[in-house]
Design a protein around this ligand. Structure first.
Ligand SMILES: Nc1ncnc2c1ncn2[C@@H]1O[C@H](COP(=O)(O)OP(=O)(O)OP(=O)(O)O)[C@@H](O)[C@H]1O
Ligand SMILES: [Mg+2]
Length: 290
């Protein structure tokens, strides 16, 4: 990778105090809702905010790598080698063009590789165990999941502190959210880790359509407290940027698609800061008797 660049004109308005390190799985058991677009552009936005960020692609299709400009010839080691115990996790970490953003590709080359990876993921703690040595190096780790539950997605959820759920307005997205929430309940009962919901983010938002209106109404009635206030508009820039192998903020930093992911990153950081303050408060009060 040549010299890394910062996002021109993208500096944070004021220095931010980053919250504790967090691993976020970007997941929904439905294809084409914007998981990869969200994982790539949110990761880039965290990095632009000054957070040390790692994006892990756990989807054998490998779209995150394509969206960041990687090709099979630029990837020598990846998640496949790590989960097969052929390489250590740090050997699969690549710098990206954007300063502050690192990437682990899912270098699955054929169907046999894919089947083998699915088998390895039967051990649902495999990714969490492999990541152990690198978690402290980052403020945010995002994992781009495939459009299914179980297998690789379960391994990602078991490694994550929280799940971010991109939802494209539409009936089937709502069904997929119900399925995911049921699955999260099952995971909480069957694993020792309480996985939180980072939030539901509306993607490809088009105001004033009937589908958007119904989806938002249904979502509000069932999952109001999880809905993030930032919505990602439908924006050609986001699709175009992936053709050029760049996060949108390096392709067109002023576009609505790019700025909406910057806003989303700030919203998530602010929520996490507020949650941390709330848990610290009683400790401080106990200690100082305030
Ligand atoms: N906000 C947006 N505006 C316009 N196009 C978008 C937006 N978000 C995503 N897209 C496009 O929609 C398509 C699907 O997006 P993406 O690949 O991110 O979904 P996904 O959930 O990761 O899909 P899969 O489940 O297949 O991995 C892509 O062509 C992407 O460029
Ligand atoms: Mg994807």
């Amino acid at each position: 990778m040549s010299a890394r660049v910062s996002c021109a004109g993208c500096g944070p308005a004021a220095p931010i105090v980053l919250p504790m390190a967090r691993t976020i799985a970007v997941a929904l058991p439905k294809g084409g809702v914007g998981k990869t677009t969200t994982a790539v552009n949110l990761a880039a936005s965290f990095a632009a905010e000054g957070a040390r960020t790692l994006l892990i692609d756990i989807d054998p299709i490998g779209s995150s790598g394509v969206a960041l400009g990687f090709t099979p010839s630029t990837i020598s080691t990846g998640l496949y080698d790590v989960l097969n115990f052929v390489a250590a996790f740090p050997a699969a970490i690549y710098h990206t063009e954007l300063a502050g953003l690192d990437f682990v590709p899912c270098n699955v080359r054929n169907l046999q590789n894919e089947e083998r990876l699915a088998k390895l993921a039967d051990n649902r703690t495999i990714l969490r165990n492999m990541m152990r040595g690198v978690v402290d190096r980052y403020d945010y780790i995002l994992i781009d999941c495939p459009p299914s539950l179980r297998g690789l997605s379960t391994a990602a959820l078991a490694a994550a502190d929280s799940v971010l759920i991109p939802v494209r307005p539409g009936h089937f997205s709502l069904d997929a959210i119900d399925k995911l929430f049921t699955y999260l309940d099952w995971m909480r009962e069957n694993t020792s880790r309480p996985i939180a919901v980072e939030g539901i983010v509306i993607t490809m938002h088009e105001p004033n359509t009937r589908v958007t209106e119904i989806t938002l109404r249904e979502l509000s009635s069932r999952y109001r407290r999880h809905i993030l206030s930032t919505m990602i508009p439908r924006s050609d820039t986001l699709s175009e940027a992936s053709f050029y192998g760049k996060p949108a903020l390096l392709y067109n930093s002023a576009s609505r698609g790019s700025t909406s992911y910057r806003t989303l990153a700030r919203e998530i950081i602010a929520r996490q800061q507020a949650a941390q303050q709330a848990t610290l408060q009683p400790t401080i009060m106990e200690r100082y008797g305030a």
